[in-house]
Design a protein around this ligand. Structure first.
Ligand code: HSC
Length: 696
């Protein structure tokens, strides 16, 4: 028997204990061990019941994802689940930690299910571009009904034991040791004369309007297909005999396995975990951080302070005046009220944060004891330098001084202090207590333990932290500036902002770039354009329509008008009729005859600009690996997760055709479209971005 499964006996009960750390993924060895364990129990004289229980953190985290994309190895999971269910012995699953995907499917193949109160179950396969492929779409609806079953599998969310019990997924919820609980429960069932109770033998649930459900879920997924296909598999569970339903499920599973979306989502799953794994920080101890200061209580500073408070840190928030301090407190209170409402904190925690953990101050001298400071003041180098001079004066030795700048040179800021090794960038995204991305910007002199502390803080704040080098805009905003310029240039050539938003939303972005600009505030881009013009870095054909909007006081949603008119509310996007005439005036000034762009052409150009700049960012070492760029765009810029990130997307569509596109655009604008050397090199060597990820 495989060493992943330990076989033992207690009276009439055979116990199969799963030992496959860290999370008991159902690898080939585990499947084989379970199958052998069932054979052994059935041949073991006197055994009347089997208990399946996991050791360590989980019952089972699901199928072993590292085996996907490789030739499947027997025993296959669906066959194993059927085999367990068909046993003449009574089979009990005792669940703790997570039982996800194939892990829950194994439990559904067991005849009875008991769980500890902290256990969580779910069918998260849709987050990998798949659907449950080991009978989950056929068995779960027999227990829960179609609507609840579809909710579980199309959202992929984790469900607590009590809720799962209420839904009929778990029979008993009981505190205690999972193994002891399972043995006692199996014994009780035997004593009561219970026998095997296969879910497959239960009657199918009532039907729903399948086509309507399919269309609604497809529309909600913004192009992601696997949730909608759950509907068709569940439909089969209602309309076909069990064995035929299983075949239908398996066919859809195999079809989804072949899709780009499956590749993209599995890339996202592993990259999300790999991105904070820096070889340079192996063995480097982060500094202890218990108490931080945030300088500036605007939207960004208040969001950062909220995130820190929610993670249990003490926060001093420094503002210029008591009035500004009170306004900052109001913002934080608003954020915390939201967290309380969503159940992220209890009323007691809310009270303790506001009365003890948060302190609003107006003097730098109060910051002498803090472990780390995050400056979030106006985006101006001189202002930042003044702040850092003050911090350098008052902060204790060893305190870390961080800037939340989104573009400015961390090395220049660090050089104004007497302790450049303690300075780094911590670039949050607004709203900072919600958005998952944190760019940890490492300056030339930043000490390794300071970088390690940035990553440790990111983890504590539940962020996805990405290492970025110093350049204008770091990873994300530098790439954004390029694809936004490509969009502006397309507008000069004839596309409208509304065509571009529609094309990118079809591609899977939650919002197109112009709707995003309206949301973020058009004044941000205005300030950047003015700075770049002053530095002599304006595009050859410089569009001014966005400046005109700002000059007229239209900054997007916050003023009620930008590219769109929000008179009917923030979600009611109506094109602002003033915008197209402003664009036409720009075209006339620059002597451009507009032409039509279709959505495919818009997307190709936009993505080509994004990939080309991303390749430069990786080639220059600003991002460590292609996957670092992918995670930045996924978690900070609304890039569709099912496409994996821009460089995963590039690998999938092919680097050579992309390079050819870039070269063809370069004919009209050679500076902007200069191909990234790294992209040219990969094409010449017939390699992919993912080959670089694998090198680490
Ligand atoms: C599935 O089950 C498909 C089936 O329906 C059908 C299959 C049918 C096939 C038919 C063929 C004929 N596999 O996240 P953490 C690793 S699809 C392999 O840091 P946490 C993870 O990479 C699966 N490895 O910990 C990491 O490795 P590292 C459905 C897995 O406590 C380590 O474990 N299940 C793995 O924050 C720790 O993970 C899911 O989608 C897996 N399944 O979270 C669940 N799961 O240390 C995916 C994890 O080297 N997993 N690893 O970096 C999760 O959601 C989270 O990992 C947990 C733990 C909540 C389990």
């Amino acid at each position: 028997m495989s060493d992943k499964i330990a076989y033992s006996r207690q009276g009439d009960i055979a116990i199969l204990t799963v030992r496959n750390p860290p999370v008991n993924a159902l690898s080939q060895a585990v499947r084989q061990g379970l199958s052998d364990g069932m054979d052994r129990a059935e041949a073991d004289a006197g055994v009347r019941a089997v208990l399946i229980v996991g050791e360590g953190r989980a019952f089972f985290a699901g199928a072993d994802i590292t085996e996907f994309g490789k030739p499947p190895l027997a025993p296959h999971l669906p066959d194993l689940v059927n085999r367990i269910e068909a046993s003449p012995l009574l089979v009990v699953a005792s669940m703790h930690g997570v039982s996800l995907g194939g892990g829950l499917e194994v439990a559904l193949g067991c005849h009875y299910r008991i769980a500890v109160p902290s256990a969580k179950v779910g069918l998260p396969e849709v987050h990998l571009g798949l659907l449950p492929g080991a009978g989950g779409t056929q068995r779960l609806p027999r227990l829960t009904g179609v609507e609840a079953g579809l909710d579980v599998m199309t959202t992929g969310r984790h469900i607590g034991a009590d809720k799962a019990h209420a839904l009929g997924i778990i029979d008993v919820v009981q505190d205690g040791d999972p193994k002891d609980n399972g043995i006692a429960y199996a014994q009780r069932l035997l004593d009561e004369g219970a026998g095997p109770r296969p879910v497959s033998a239960m009657p199918p649930p009532d039907p729903i309007d399948w086509d309507a459900a399919f269309d609604a879920i497809l529309a909600k997924g913004r192009g992601q297909i696997s949730p909608a296909w759950c509907v068709r598999a569940v439909q089969a569970s209602v309309e076909k005999p069990f064995a035929e339903g299983l075949k239908a499920e398996r066919q859809i599973f195999y079809d989804l396995m072949q899709t780009d979306q499956r590749q993209g989502m599995i890339h996202a799953f592993f990259s999300e975990r790999a991105v904070s794994n820096l070889p340079e920080l192996k063995g480097v101890e982060p500094r202890a951080v218990h108490h931080i200061a945030v300088i500036g209580g605007g939207t960004m500073g208040a969001g950062i302070a909220t995130a820190a408070l929610l993670s249990g840190l003490r926060v001093h928030l420094l503002e210029m005046s008591p009035e500004a301090g009170e306004a900052a407190r109001g913002r934080i209170e608003g954020n915390l009220a939201g967290a309380l409402k969503r159940g992220k904190i209890t009323a007691d925690q809310h009270e303790a944060i506001l009365t003890q953990a948060l302190q609003i101050v107006t003097s730098y001298d109060t910051l002498a004891e803090v472990d780390l400071v995050i400056e979030a003041v106006f985006e101006d180098m001189d202002v930042k330098k003044q702040v850092f001079a003050e911090l350098d004066r008052v902060c204790k030795p060893g305190a870390i001084l961080a800037s939340n700048t989104s573009y400015l040179d961390i090395n220049e800021i660090a050089a104004t202090t007497s302790r450049p090794a303690d300075v780094l960038g911590l670039h949050f995204f607004s709203p900072a207590h919600v958005m998952k991305l944190l760019e940890v910007v490492v300056g030339d002199k930043t000490a390794p333990e300071v970088t390690a502390t940035g990553f440790a803080l990111g983890k504590r704040l539940n962020k996805i932290s990405v290492r970025a080098g110093v350049c204008d805009g770091f990873i994300g905003n530098r790439i954004l500036a390029t694809y936004r310029t490509a969009a502006d240039q397309m507008i000069l050539d004839g596309a409208s902002p509304y065509d571009i938003d529609a094309a990118l939303e079809e591609f899977g972005f939650a919002m197109g770039p112009f709707a995003v600009a309206d949301l973020a505030g058009l004044d941000i881009g205005w300030a950047v354009r003015k700075r770049k013009r002053a530095e002599g870095h304006a595009p050859t054909r410089d569009a001014t329509y966005a400046d005109k909007l700002c000059e007229d006081g239209h900054f997007g949603q916050k003023t009620g008008k930008g590219y769109y008119d929000y008179a009917a509310g923030p979600k009611a996007r109506v094109p602002n009729p003033d915008v197209l005439p402003m664009i036409e005036a720009d075209r006339a000034r620059l002597g451009i005859t507009p032409r039509d762009f279709n959505h495919e052409e818009i997307t190709r150009r936009y993505m080509a600009a994004m990939v080309n700049e991303a390749a430069k960012v990786v080639g220059e070492g600003i991002a460590r690996r292609p996957l670092d760029v992918d995670m930045t765009l996924l978690f900070g810029y609304g890039f569709p997760r099912y496409r994996g990130g821009p460089l995963k997307w590039a690998d999938i569509v092919g680097l050579e055709p992309l390079l050819n596109d870039i070269k063809s655009y370069a004919a009209a604008d050679p500076d902007f479209w200069a191909p990234a050397p790294l992209l040219e090199q990969l094409v010449a060597e017939n390699k992919t971005f993912d080959d670089l990820n694998k090198k680490g």
